[in-house]
Ligand binder design. Structure first.
Ligand SMILES: Nc1ncnc2c1ncn2[C@@H]1O[C@H](COP(=O)(O)OP(=O)(O)OP(=O)(O)O)[C@@H](O)[C@H]1O
Length: 972
């Protein structure tokens, strides 16, 4: 870092310095005041030039020539030389500027100079300022010397005439001068003009007030200024003499060792830097020097550096204000390579003899790295400021300043190169010793999908289009199909609604449209980001699967910078959809059995294996079903083996909470706010390790909720609330999108959702908060609703077969073994054991385990509500013989527990669980001993009012309906 600053400072100084010497070099960057800003301006100079229009040197040079000629001709006017053009030109200048004419030729010369040498901006400003200088002079002199003429029509003429005779400020200067005198008095006018002239001159010369102040007070400001090249080169050529003189403090102040950590080899750097102005005391007099490994090896001191440069002075020669450097300097192996063209000019310098076990006799060896303010220990083995790399045995121990040996050791170029390569190899070896690099699986492990459907599809499409138009018009809706998009599983007919046509007029026709098209169901929804456009999505007769190969191989996936990107599928337009878990930051996947959840989970995991190394992303997989994720056991990304025991799963979630809190503590210690910042800091700081993202995948949430509902919910909510910044993300899948599994609290904290086909609109609402998922056709057809998108997008999910998963997993396993974290495993085991002890047969923390927060009659109230199918206060009052207040409170508590829906004005509250689910809850609590019957018909309460007509036909795969099957509008 220090070196980085140094080099930038150096470059800025060079530019500054060169500006002083020659205006042509001052164009490197836009000049600003303040050292820091100047440094950055010089760095940002090239970038600015890229965006600004390129300067036109040829035009400028012509301009410069013209200015120069005009200056010469104007100067002829000094000597009253007569010629037609000269008379005219001089008369014009004199008439306008009067006294200011005297300054015009120099101003024009200055303009010529600016045009010729200034590159970049602001050239026009500089020119204007230069040309305004004569005017300022004219105004000032007119204010001081000119007569005050009456303000009348003849004023201009009088001023022009007197100006021509150089007796006033001319028409322009005189007018302004007279105005200024009237406004500010003569003295005021003079002050204004002097100040204006001063600033105009500064601007014309591209200087700031700070520069003038620095020049006046000779303030030492450039801490990182490199020393002039020429003297150093001379010293290098006269090494013995210089070394002898190195004992002289005044000479030693010239010592310069700069470590080219960031800006390339020292030689190149020294070539780049221009000679700065001499300083009384420079940075190099105050800071200790550390030679870079290549300097140590090769005596690679750069042009003009000498043997003594490697050896800072003993403490008595250092200024007292020198601070010991305690920051380690990172040195990359690349820096240890030598430039081939670096010639033996420096190799022949009498410096370290790397292979010489007994170097030239040295008086009292002292470490090069030792801050001089501290007394050097006799052993001097451990330098106070070590390099960040392990010094190779080939690198000699740094030692004190050497008197030049009589017969200096020279190192051949071949030896140097060999040693440099050796050191680079050692470092490389040290860095990557432990873990072999992760091999990303090749795309060829995934199979390519079949080609798109052809002619038959077109015929189907045209027929549907015609039928759709007729149906819509027959219902009196003014809408035209403007576009048709055929997706992998559905075709979208895009309608533009005329003004005044209500959307629900169309959505109410969904069943009629489905009927007319002979489809199982159609979904009608506004098209995101399009005005007045509605899409009617009709399932295709033949579904084209979207193989994961086409999405992982797509540009969208490969270009995605996030390490936690995953392939979702393709939208109706056939565009690959790629998600980013980091942005989601947690994802809920829900759908009935067979709708494609497991395939989706597999494609997420596979995507992560294609995108991230185990150092970047670690996974925790929870698979209570025991058959879905077991195949991933042994991949290096896994933090612990796939968890199948629900009790341990609760422990894993608990661990995630602990880890998250630990991460936050670490973040606060180092002063960062999120994982990305921490990792960026770790990349810059030695000794800091990067943290991986942690993705927790739960394949079936319902099974966990059965065992430890409260605990699981609590952990999920905590991770979901705070995990994003800590790089901890949850992906939760469930086939039971019901209120007791996906609780309100959980939903509120998991903002991104993927809904596969569900049985009813109620379930769709539980997942997405809107209906629509009940119209999906299954087999990977999904509504993808990531955080930040206003409406869910219909996507055909990626298809990945078990064979593909197996081949990717095998490949990944071959490239690196799993490195399970024993601590995590121990912690989880411990947690499970504790829980086993504590639970004593009670099924964990069921939702009803409420620590007395709820009314004691809550169970009875729930029973009544489920039995009667009504959640009204008066009914509870009657059945339980309660007062109004208590009954109303009970209804509120039932809402809190997710048994009934929220208050909806005049409408009755919705009952959110079925009788069967209620039985199941009681069974889990141990209230009843028999498990609830698994009959399908039990889903609908017999006491419930007559069901509303189903909103959709059952999806084609639903020959084995879920236990949650029920009518759509289960309102009470
Ligand atoms: N994206 C897809 N494209 C085509 N077919 C798919 C896709 N996803 C799933 N399928 C088909 O659906 C079947 C069931 O998928 P999957 O096993 O993922 O369902 P599920 O929701 O996980 O069911 P369960 O909850 O019972 O495990 C798969 O065997 C596959 O044939």
């Amino acid at each position: 870092m220090a070196t980085k600053k140094k080099s930038s400072g150096g470059s800025r100084t060079a530019s500054g310095g060169s500006r002083a010497a020659s205006g042509s070099r001052s164009s490197g960057g836009k000049r600003t005041t303040g050292s820091g800003s100047r440094a950055s301006s010089s760095r940002s100079g090239p970038a600015k030039r890229q965006t600004a229009p390129a300067p036109k040197p040829f035009r400028r040079e012509v301009g410069a020539l013209v200015c120069l000629l005009l200056a010469i001709f104007a100067a002829f006017g000094y000597f009253h030389m007569k010629a037609l053009f000269i008379d005219l030109f001089c008369a014009l200048l004199k008439g306008l500027l009067g006294y200011g004419f005297w300054l015009m030729p120099p101003a024009l010369v200055l303009c010529a100079y600016i045009l010729a040498f200034h590159r970049g901006r602001p050239v026009a400003l500089r020119l204007c300022c230069a040309l305004a200088l004569p005017l300022a002079l004219s105004v000032m002199l007119h204010g001081l010397l000119g007569q005050v003429l009456p303000w009348d029509a003849a004023l201009l003429k009088a001023l022009w005439t007197s100006g021509e005779e150089l007796k006033s400020g001319g028409a322009l200067g005189g007018l302004l001068g007279q105005g200024f005198v009237s406004l500010f008095t003569k003295v005021g006018c003079t002050i204004v003009c002097v100040l204006c002239g001063f600033f105009l001159a500064l601007a014309a010369c591209n200087r700031s007030v700070v520069d003038v102040a620095e020049w006046l007070f000779d303030r030492p400001q450039y801490e990182y200024e490199p020393k002039p090249e020429r003297p150093r080169r001379r010293e290098a050529q006269q090494a013995p003499a210089q070394a002898a003189a190195s004992s002289c403090p005044s000479r030693r102040a010239e010592v310069d060792i700069d470590i080219p950590v960031d800006d390339g080899p020292l030689v190149a750097q020294s070539r780049r830097s221009a000679p700065p102005p001499e300083k009384k005391k420079s940075f190099f007099d105050r800071k200790p020097r550390v030679p870079s490994p290549d300097q140590l090896l090769a005596g690679h001191l750069g042009r003009g550096q000498t043997q003594s440069d490697l050896h800072p002075e003993p403490e008595h020669t250092q200024p007292a204000d020198m601070e010991p450097m305690d920051e380690p300097i990172p040195v990359t192996p690349e820096e240890l390579t030598l430039e081939p063209e670096d010639e033996p000019a420096f190799l022949s310098q009498p410096i370290y003899a790397p292979q010489d076990p007994a170097p030239a006799p040295q008086p009292e060896p002292e470490p090069v790295f030792a801050p001089v303010s501290q007394p050097a220990p006799a052993a001097a083995a451990a330098p106070p400021r070590p390099l960040s790399v392990q010094p190779s045995p080939h690198v000699p121990e740094p030692s004190a300043p050497l008197p030049v040996p009589e017969e200096p050791e020279t190192v051949s170029k071949g030896e140097v190169a060999q040693q440099a390569a050796q050191v680079a190899q050692d470092i490389q070896g040290n860095l990557g010793q432990t873990i072999p690099p992760y091999q990303y699986p090749p795309l060829s492990l995934l199979t390519e999908g079949p080609a798109e459907m052809g002619g038959q599809a077109m015929a189907e499409l045209n027929a549907n289009r015609q039928r759709l138009t007729d149906t819509i018009h027959s219902f009196g809706i003014d809408a035209n199909i403007v576009n048709v998009t055929r997706g992998p599983s559905v075709t979208r007919y895009e309608l533009e609604l005329d003004q005044g046509v209500r959307l629900n007029k169309l959505t109410n026709l969904a069943d009629d449209i489905a009927l007319s098209l002979g489809a199982t169901g159609v979904r009608i929804a506004p098209i995101p980001d399009q005005i007045s456009m509605v899409g009617i999505e009709v399932p295709n007769k033949a579904v084209t699967p979207v193989n994961i190969h086409s999405v992982i191989g797509s540009k969208a996936f490969t270009d995605s910078a996030s390490k936690v990107s995953f392939a979702v599928g393709k939208d109706i337009g056939g565009n690959p959809i790629v998600g980013n878990i980091a942005k989601m930051p947690h994802l809920l996947i829900a759908g009935t059995t067979g709708s494609g959840k497991s395939v989706c989970t597999n494609s997420i995991i596979t995507s992560l294996l294609y995108k991230a190394t185990p150092e970047e992303v670690r996974l925790i997989m929870v698979d209570p079903k025991m058959v879905e994720l077991g195949i991933y056991n042994g991949i290096p990304h896994l933090l612990i083996p796939v968890v199948t025991d629900p009790k341990k799963a609760a422990g894993a979630l608990q661990w995630a909470v602990t880890e998250m809190m630990k991460r936050y503590r670490t973040f606060s210690e180092v002063g960062v706010r999120k994982l990305e910042e921490y990792n960026a800091l770790a990349a810059r700081t030695e000794g800091m390790e990067k943290m991986p993202y942690i993705v927790v995948l739960i394949d079936e949430l319902a099974d966990l909720m059965l065992v430890a509902a409260k605990e699981v919910e609590e952990s999920i909510c905590r991770v979901a609330q705070m995990g994003r910044a800590a790089g901890m993300h949850l992906i939760i899948a469930t086939q039971r999108p019901s209120a007791d599994v996906i609780t309100g609290l959980m939903k509120a904290n998991i903002p991104s959702r993927i809904a596969f086909a569900v049985a009813s609109s109620l379930e769709s609402r539980i997942i997405l908060d809107i209906t629509g998922a009940e119209k999906l056709v299954g087999r990977g057809d999904m509504l993808y609703f990531p955080l930040g998108s206003g409406k869910p997008t219909r996507v055909q999910g990626c298809l990945i077969s078990d064979q593909e998963v197996a081949s990717v997993v095998n490949f990944v396993k071959k490239s690196g073994a799993a490195q399970y974290d024993d601590d995590v495993m121990r912690e989880i085991e411990q947690h499970a054991a504790e829980k086993e002890k504590g639970s004593k047969g009670v099924g964990g923390s069921a939702p009803d385990d409420v620590d007395g927060e709820f009314d004691e009659l809550i169970d009875a109230a729930a029973e009544v509500v489920v039995e009667t199918g009504q959640a009204s206060v008066s009914m509870l009052q009657r059945r339980l013989k309660l007062g109004y207040a208590r009954a109303a409170r009970l209804v509120d508590q039932l809402e809190e527990k997710g048994i009934v829906g929220p208050f909806e004005g005049s409408k009755p509250r919705q009952l959110l669980i079925t009788k069967e689910q209620w039985q199941e809850l009681k069974y889990r609590q141990g209230v009843v001993s028999d498990p609830p019957p698994q009959s399908e018909s039990a889903a609908v309460s017999p006491a419930a009012p007559a069901p509303m007509p189903p909103a959709s036909d059952p999806p084609p795969w639903s020959d084995a309906p879920s236990p949650l099957d029920r009518t759509e509008e289960d309102t009470l």
